[in-house]
Design a protein around this ligand. Structure first.
Ligand SMILES: Nc1ncnc2c1ncn2[C@@H]1O[C@H](COP(=O)(O)OP(=O)(O)OP(=O)(O)O)[C@@H](O)[C@H]1O
Length: 361
């Protein structure tokens, strides 16, 4: 089970009646990688996954699996397998028959399919439960049965629709680690739909951030976090402050961003012409208390919330035309000079911490 396929999505759209759920997206998912489709509810990630699986037709565009055009092939002929959010297990069948089901559909003889199902159950450490029915298992065990059932067809790519959403928080983190281990061991391509940025960061080699049927950014987790492409990505990934304003001056090296009825902020040179709207992001953990070293790298705000988090303290401030600006300070930094809600405070950051964001489509 080591054949992995690259997945290529070429200008794929999905239209349901009058709703365009996916707008001509293009994406290459490298063979053997762990890809997470990430975005808020309704952004088109499940539609995209279902089109890769063949459970949903493509309105326009092509889907290639390892250079083979699978756009018009039925799900079972594609080389993909899908694991559903609800696991979709048959309640009246024991685990062996649940796992062996797709082989039965393919006409594989009983002895061969039962032996293969037992192998898969062994891989998932479920052998002792082989004769149980799904209702006699825990949530985590049911999830492993669903994985075994998807993997029994030796797919080149495994497609997972919110695979962890039915689990409690503790199990979610444990199963997350198991999914990653499994993907590494099998070496096949995984495409995993989630709305949790934490899950995507923990698992993915490639994060595809979707918004309103379009791809905002497709990059490794560290790039998405450190260099979010758009204001949407910066806000959705969290841990970033976004300042939106208008470019009021620019030189070869600097841009001045003016917040409407607010402050002026420094940004590196960008292509945005004077007078146009622009966004910058500053990581919440790069903000400090104290005056800015240079103009445009800070502001005086009023504290609207203080949250103690153990090793850090989260401050939220308002000022300079910015409604909500968050600073995550180390506990020592905060307790050196504790501040309270309602107090005025100077917040600042360094030039190298200013990220210029692109515009969404
Ligand atoms: N069968 C359908 N008929 C009509 N509209 C649909 C259908 N399936 C999805 N949609 C619409 O297409 C858009 C994208 O839906 P999709 O399920 O792909 O999003 P999603 O990002 O996976 O959301 P969620 O996280 O809530 O599952 C939504 O506006 C949704 O209402």
């Amino acid at each position: 089970m080591t054949k992995a396929a690259e997945i290529e999505i070429a200008s794929v759209s999905k239209v349901y009646g009058t709703t365009t759920a996916v707008h001509a997206i293009s994406l290459k998912i490298p063979a053997g990688s762990y890809c997470c489709l990430l975005g808020p509810s309704g952004c088109g990630k499940t539609s995209t996954l279902r089109m890769i699986a063949g459970h949903e037709s493509v309105s326009s565009g092509d889907i290639l699996l390892g250079n083979k055009d699978v756009t018009d092939l039925p799900p079972a002929a594609r080389g993909t397998a899908m694991m559903f959010q609800s696991y979709a297990l048959f309640p009246h069948l024991d685990l062996v028959d649940n796992v062996a089901f797709s082989l039965k559909m393919k006409g594989v003889d009983k002895e061969t399919r039962r032996a293969k199902a037992l192998d898969m159950l062994k891989l998932m450490q479920l052998e002792p439960y082989a004769n149980r029915r799904p209702a006699q298992l825990s949530g985590g065990q049911q999830q492993r049965v669903a994985l075994a059932r998807a993997l029994i067809t030796d797919p080149e790519a495994l497609l997972l629709d919110e695979p962890l959403s039915a689990l409690d928080p503790f199990l979610k983190i444990r199963m997350r680690a198991e999914l990653k281990k499994l993907q590494t061991a099998l070496g096949i391509t995984f495409v995993h739909v989630t709305h949790s940025q934490e899950e995507a960061m923990a698992l993915a080699d490639l994060i595809v951030v979707m918004n309103d049927g379009r791809i905002e950014q497709a990059a490794p987790p560290r790039t998405v976090f450190e260099r979010p492409a758009t204001a949407f990505v910066a806000r959705f990934m969290g841990d970033h402050n976004v300042i939106s304003g208008r470019v009021t001056a620019s030189t070869a090296s600097d841009t001045l961003l003016s917040v409407p009825s607010g402050g002026d902020f420094w940004a590196p040179a960008s292509d945005t012409p004077e007078g146009d709207l622009a966004d910058i992001a500053i990581r919440t953990d790069r903000v400090r208390m104290g005056a800015a070293a240079e103009a445009g790298l800070g502001f005086t705000g009023t504290i609207s919330n203080v949250e103690y988090r153990g090793s850090s303290v989260k401050l939220v401030a308002t000022g300079a035309g910015i409604e909500e600006f968050t600073a995550i300070l180390s506990d020592t930094m905060f307790f050196d000079r504790p501040v309270k809600v309602g107090e005025a405070i100077e917040l600042s950051w360094n030039r190298e911490d200013v990220i210029v964001l692109g515009r969404s489509h």
